[in-house]
Design a protein around this ligand. Structure first.
Ligand SMILES: NC(=O)c1ccc[n+]([C@@H]2O[C@H](COP(=O)([O-])OP(=O)(O)OC[C@H]3O[C@@H](n4cnc5c(N)ncnc54)[C@H](O)[C@@H]3O)[C@@H](O)[C@H]2O)c1
Ligand SMILES: O=C(O)[C@H]1O[C@H](OP(=O)(O)OP(=O)(O)OC[C@H]2O[C@@H](n3ccc(=O)[nH]c3=O)[C@H](O)[C@@H]2O)[C@H](O)[C@@H](O)[C@@H]1O
Length: 344
């Protein structure tokens, strides 16, 4: 039956039915799930959660640009798990029911390293994953970002805000790349009836972040443990809202399983200046450590805080872990990986 799709009123065929194998009586795995970028920070925590369910098979696709096999070592060899070294800018043929599309470098240092590649990953990579979703009838979730709001002129940010993004700046490869990825998602939804979900993720932190990732929480925690000065980039009054990774994974799975296409903000509304964050890390990890100010990079957003009413109402989701609870959990992981035990 033809289906009305979205604002353009395009008549489209419904997506194909999932493979008959899914409905077979003695086939145990009910859901085959692709996680692109699954060897990265959020992706590997998501894989852990998905693998807890015996009815899920999980396929990870990653090019290891910022991710690592080490993050998935607990699953390598497991009969319900498969790891593929692939780049999402190349077409992919796999038979899956759901796609969590995370592949994209997330730390500004890494996404600015090869900006053209970052754009290709966001545009061609998302196009390829949407083509796959269309062919096999899979539901696809994109991990978009609060950076689609740019340097926001509206505070806090709700999903209806269109943002304030510099289209030609050094962050644009990521910000505009994700904005195009969101556009592609909605056009495949309206034009081809693909089932889409869009999460706008706000700054997420936790164990397994790269120690040299360059993002602020990982920098401050590694610096405090190594007894090196905490580098607050000027002016230090810029704000961010930090979400612990287990809360993030819970939100992403609820979004995938629910009925709302999004975009939905998923983040913790607790807002801190970078100076406040440095003070908290100093107090919790190393009260003797120095805090210094250093130059900032261009176009750094001055404020960022999510409105999460939609996530609460539509997904029944809100974050549980406060920043002061999450920092010690991350400290323990960083100390173990750095080989620097705590003093007590
Ligand atoms: N962590 C955050 O605060 C945050 C905030 C907003 C949005 N996000 C989004 O969430 C996703 C995951 O972020 P993360 O923090 O885990 O970052 P991450 O860098 O740890 O993970 C990204 C993963 O994608 C892989 N990858 C990159 N380019 C690829 C390509 N072309 N083909 C295949 N794999 C590729 C990397 O190797 C890595 O494993 C990203 O899409 C990011 O934009 C993260
Ligand atoms: O949540 C988001 O939507 C985005 O947030 C981050 O981007 P950003 O907030 O710039 O992340 P950081 O590099 O951690 O910077 C946060 C703030 O800390 C400051 N900072 C960073 C590093 C440092 O050593 N010191 C420091 O003060 C920066 O100037 C910035 O104001 C992520 O890296 C993006 O992938 C993600 O999409």
């Amino acid at each position: 039956m033809a289906k009305e799709a979205g604002a353009n009123n395009v008549s489209v065929k419904p997506p194909p039915e999932p493979s008959p194998l899914r409905k077979a009586k003695f086939f145990k795995a009910k859901m085959r799930i692709l996680v692109t970028g699954g060897a990265g920070f959020i992706g590997s925590h998501l894989v852990d959660k998905l693998m807890e369910n015996d009815e899920n098979e999980v396929i990870v696709v990653d090019n290891y640009f910022t991710g690592s096999k080490d993050n998935l070592k607990q699953w390598i060899g497991h009969p319900r798990f498969e790891l593929m070294r692939r780049d999402v800018t190349q077409p992919l043929l796999v038979e899956v029911d759901q796609i969590y599309h995370l592949a994209c470098p997330a730390s500004p240092i890494f996404y600015k390293y090869n900006p053209v590649k970052t754009l290709k990953t966001n545009v061609i990579g998302t196009l390829n994953m949407l083509g796959l979703a269309k062919r096999v009838g899979a539901r696809i979730l994109l991990t978009s970002t609060s950076e689609v709001y740019g340097d926001p002129l509206v505070h806090p940010q709700e999903e209806s805000y269109w943002g304030n993004v510099n289209p030609i700046g050094v962050r644009s490869c990521y910000d505009e790349g994700k904005r195009v990825a969101e556009t592609l998602m909605f056009d495949y939804h309206r034009q081809h009836g693909v089932e889409i979900r869009i999460a706008r993720i706000f700054n997420t932190y936790g164990p397994r972040m790269n120690i040299d990732d360059g993002r602020v929480v990982s920098n401050f925690i590694a610096q405090a443990i190594r007894d090196e000065p905490l580098t607050v980039q000027l002016p230090g009054t810029q704000t961010r809202s930090f979400c612990y990774v287990s809360d993030m994974v819970d939100g992403l799975i609820r979004l995938m399983e629910g009925d709302d296409t999004g975009p939905i903000n998923i983040g913790n509304p607790g807002e801190f200046t970078m100076l406040e964050l440095a003070e908290a890390v100093k107090e919790l990890i190393n009260p003797e450590v120095q805090i210094i100010t250093v130059e900032n990079t261009p176009d750094d957003p001055r404020q960022r805080k999510p409105v999460i009413t939609k996530a609460k109402e539509s997904l029944g989701w809100e974050p549980k872990v406060k920043l002061r609870e999450g920092i010690p959990l991350m400290e323990a992981d960083f100390r173990q990986r750095l080989g620097i035990p705590g003093k007590n």
